[in-house]
Design a protein around this ligand. Structure first.
Ligand code: GRF
Length: 202
């Protein structure tokens, strides 16, 4: 059975990675399998999560020289078909995206085009939503491009903003009710498209 080989890139706790691992464990990733985790710094939760799941993990430090070269080499070595940026805080260059030449998708914790782009990450996104006074927010999965949060949207899921929400409470709701639901669904959708293209190429 053909599947899309997936690499997940993380910078932090890895709860979105965990959502993918759990979805895979429930048999919900029918068209893809997580073949590699790339952690862009040492000591982050994503590393422990990948080890616990028995998934190969490469620590490639984003701030060290030749980061993108090392990432590309790992993607080639593991024959990756799809890259998922899950809580990744870096920006991949257009050059890397072109050289990799296969889909790279990202999850952003807001409904793009709201509260996205340079400087909008983590709690800052939810603080901005609360400051603006929006009544719904949510998460977006989109294709990565050289413009931060600028690629074509794949899927979105909304959650309510409630009275008394703090950035931390809102972030938790967006993660639990939007990100961790949406990302596995979107990864399966894109993986199925990749498998179809692989089958057509046979
Ligand atoms: C999440 O809010 C995610 O949307 C954002 O980074 C935060 C942590 O993600 N990109 P994770 O727990 O490391 O997956």
């Amino acid at each position: 059975m053909l599947t899309a080989r997936i690499a997940v890139v993380a910078s932090g706790g890895g709860t979105n990675l965990q959502a993918l691992i759990d979805a895979q464990g429930r048999g919900e990733l029918k068209s893809g399998s997580i073949a590699l985790v790339i952690a862009d710094k040492a000591g982050i939760g994503a590393i422990q999560r990948s080890e616990k799941a028995g998934i190969p993990c490469a620590v490639i430090v984003r701030r060290e020289p030749a980061f993108e070269e090392k990432v590309l080499a790992a993607l080639m070595e593991y024959q990756i078909d799809l890259v998922v940026l899950a809580g990744f805080l870096g920006i991949l260059s257009g050059d890397l995206l072109r050289r990799f030449g296969k889909p790279v998708i990202n999850i952003h914790p807001a409904l793009i085009p709201s509260f996205c782009g340079k400087g909008f990450y983590g709690l800052r996104v939810h603080q901005a939503a609360l400051d603006y006074g929006v009544k719904v927010t949510g998460a977006t999965v989109h294709y990565a491009s050289e413009i931060v949060d600028g690629g074509q949207i794949i899927a979105q899921k909304a959650v309510d903003v409630l009275p008394g929400d703090t950035p931390e409470i809102l972030q938790r709701r967006v993660m639990e009710q939007a990100e961790w639901v949406l990302l596995p669904q979107a990864v399966e959708t894109v993986s199925a498209q990749i498998v179809k293209e692989k089958e057509n190429a046979l």
